[in-house]
Design a protein around this ligand. Sequence first.
Ligand code: C2O
Ligand code: CU
Ligand code: CU
Length: 446
Amino acid sequence: NQSDVAGTFKAKLTAGQSTVRFADGLDTPVLAYNGANPVIEAREGDRIEIAFRNEIPNEPTTVHWHGMPVPADQDGNPADPVASDRERVYAFDLPEGSSASYWFHPHPHGLTAKQVYRGLAGIFLVKPKEDPIPAEYGDTVLMFTDLRLAADGTMPDSSMMDLMNGRVGDYVLVNGQKNPVMTMARGEKRRLRLFNATNARFLRLKFENASMTVIGTDGGLIEVPVAAEELLLTPAERVELIVSFDQPGAAKLITLDYERGWMGPGKPDEAAMTLLTANVSTETAPRVSPLPAKLRSIAPLGEPTITRRFVLTESMGGMNHGNMAHNGMSMSSDMGMKFLINGASFDMERVDEVSKVGQVELWEIANQADMDHPFHVHGTQFQVVEHEKDGMVTKPAYRAWKDTVNVTAGETVRFLLRQDLPGLRMYHCHILEHEELGMMGVLDVR
Ligand code: C2O
Ligand code: CU
Ligand code: CU
C-alpha cells in the first residue's frame, strides 16, 4: 500500500523526429516524444519535474498539460515557446483531488495542428491515493489518433478543406495500431481510459457484444457509475469506462455516424469503423469484486458571481462553399477563412477577459456557426450545467468535471468554472485547425 507515499516525480521528455512503419515497406517520418507516445503516471500530491528538450529541426514547440491544474507559466502556452535545440524544465505540484486521465501535446501558435497530426501527444495519468476501482479490472489506456498517408508513406500537408473542417485522416489508430486485438475470458471486466487525441475527428463509439459503464470524464471519476449504450468523444475529450465482456466471440469497439457539420465535399465515412477487437473465450473469468455503488463526491461549484458570454462564428472571407471546394487545393488559410470568438481572431498580445483567482463564473458558449466546436479551457476543470437549443434546455445526466465540451451548431452550453491559479489561460475550439485559424482567446486570471 503506497497510499501515504508522495514524492518528486522526475522525467526527461524529448520531442523529435522518428519513423514508424504504418504501411508495408514504407517508413513514415513522424514526430514523437521520446520516440513514441509515452504514458506518464504520477500520484496526487507529487511534485513533477520534467526536463524537456526540443529536437524538432527548425520548429519551436511547447508542452501543454491539457486539463491539468498547473501554474500558467508551466503550462506550455503559445507565448512560451521552446526553440529548436533548446531545453526547459516544466515543474508543478499535483494537488489533492486532481487524479484523472490527462494528456499533453504541443501548443506553439501556427504549428500546433501540424505537430499533433505528425504524432506529438502523450498521456498523463494522475492516480489517487486510494483508488475505489478494483485493481482486478486492470487499467488500460486507449489513445485514439488519426492518420493519413500518401502513396510514398509520408503524411501529406493539410489542404484548404482540412483547415476548414479540421483534418480528419484515413483511419483511426489505437495506441499507434490499426484495429488491435485483445484477448479476454468470458465475464471479464476491464477498466478502459479512452483519449481522443485526434486533431478533428468526432468519435461516436459503441461496443458490440460488450456492455459499457461510464465511471469518469476529463477530470476524473464521476459520482456513481452510469450504464451507456454509446457515447460521443469529441477531440481532446476523455472518458473512463468499465467494459464487461459477457458473450464469447468477438466484441468490437466501433464508430457510428455523427453529423457534426461538414462544409464542402469530402465528408469522411465515419461509420462502422472497427477500432478495437476483443476476442472473448468461452472459458469463464474468475469472479472479481463488484464496482462500488459510489465512486466519489463532486461538490457543486456554487453560485456564480459573474457571467461571461462567448459567441462562436465562422467567417469564410466572402467566398461561398462551392467556390472553396472547387479551388480547395490551391488556396491557403490566408484567403480570409476565420473562426472567431466574440467576433475576434486570436491575438497573443491581447487579453480578452480578466478574471479573479477563486471566483466562480458562469460561462455561456453560444455556437452560432454551422459546425460543432468542442470548447476547451486551460488550467482548470468545469461543471456543465445546461445545454440550450431551439429554446429547449436540457441538463446533463450527471455532475462531472470537464475541460472540453462539445457545443453543437446552434447550441448554447453553460458551465461553471473557477480558476485557482493566476496567469494567462487560453480557451479555444479543440478542432486544432480552428484554433490555429483564430478560434482562441486569452483569459487573464489575477
Ligand atoms: Cu489541448 Cu489549448 O489545448
Ligand atoms: Cu488545454
Ligand atoms: Cu471548431
